[in-house]
Design a binder for this molecule. Sequence first.
Ligand SMILES: *Cc1c(COP(=O)(O)O)cnc(C)c1O
Length: 444
Amino acid sequence: MMIPQTTPLRPETALCSNLDRRDGHLRFAGQDTIELAKTYGTPLYLMDEDRVRYNCRLYREAFSTCFPEGSQVLYASKAAAFQQMCRIVGDEGLGLDVVSSGEIHTAKTAGFPMARVYYHGNNKTDEDIAYAMDAGVGCFVADGTEELLALESEAARRGVRQKVLLRITPGIDPHTYAAVSTGQVDSKFGVSIETGQAEPFVRLALDQPHLNVAGFHCHVGSQVFWEDVFERSVMVMMAFIRTVFDHCGYLPEELDLGGGYGVRYVENDPEIDIPRKIADLAEMLYAIAKRLDLPVPKILMEPGRSIVADAGMTLYTVGSVKEITGYKRYVSVDGGMSDNPRYALYGSQYTCFNAGRMDEPADMRCDLVGRCCESGDVIQPDVPFPAATRRGDVIAVCTTGAYNFSMASGYNRMLRPPVVMLRGGGSYVAVARETLDDIVRLDR
Ligand SMILES: *Cc1c(COP(=O)(O)O)cnc(C)c1O
């Protein structure tokens, strides 16, 4: 396995092994971030390709040793969707989770093997369904009865038998931030077991002549640490499988457990040993299957964040350091909520560095803010930076590989940053920087 060999940054900031420093400069994937900022300009998304591949292999290798043959890891492309990312995860043997025609088009034009694509979402339009079938999407994850019937009619029209999974809501509240929780009974996603609606949903699906029901899907939430949510999901879903089998004689081939493990944004976040977790989960799955006298289904998991988050970093340039005497300091940079809305949306934490002053003590507290016309345009509050921080300095925000590029907006007609991939000591552009002409391209 190829993992960047670096020395730790310093004990209190050993966030990820692809970070270190040399001559006062922060290095990422073994490369000088100040040089990268000079070469490509800022704001800049960096993506450590070796780390993405390493993360893919962690899951893939654990899956092939722990779960039945045919079990699959799907990369949740919403975490960071662009063509080169599809090529990399495809190359690593992963499948792909998509939620829109746009993500399908990205995968298809990247040459991704479409049979390994699973299509999610709580509202697929008729056009989406037709487009996805044209594109050869392998499996639809049906979110409810109306969609099921729409899928049946489109498959019938084409004379095909479409593979589907049924999205079931397991009734687990992951107690994380509400916006990233989807598995509790009251959710816009899926059909609930607790309300008694899931079983009729399964029966309806089994009655459709043009649908091949491969199994069930559930997804509890993202960035969950409080306990092993996957173990809870396995318990609930295996019990459901037993009930469905008793009542309808149907046994699913596949059980999709949804999104992946949490990642560390700051030192205080726990470190998750993914292979260990998967091994524990498998042990439990086999025990439950035995107890319930059920065969072990193929297991699917859909990590997004844990594949790309720690492979990403954003670089900015400081424009001003403003001190409000007696209150606080603001360090303003040349990006903001338009390239990273996660603090504004969820209060997400990040680890930030002044990339060119790594040898100076970080003894000044300040709010790191963007340049959008919005007081809520904060990238991270109360960040420690060296006192000498000033206009022209390069700021690094770590662990921005997930849900930054993909959540970027055109607010204030800010230009979206490019994505530069770092690989084996070199770098290349995977997504070009948006230009002023791009901004008005669709204006009439
Ligand atoms: C968001 C999501 C994922 C990915 O979650 P991560 O936390 O990024 O691993 C996977 N599956 C579904 C259905 C999702 O909604």
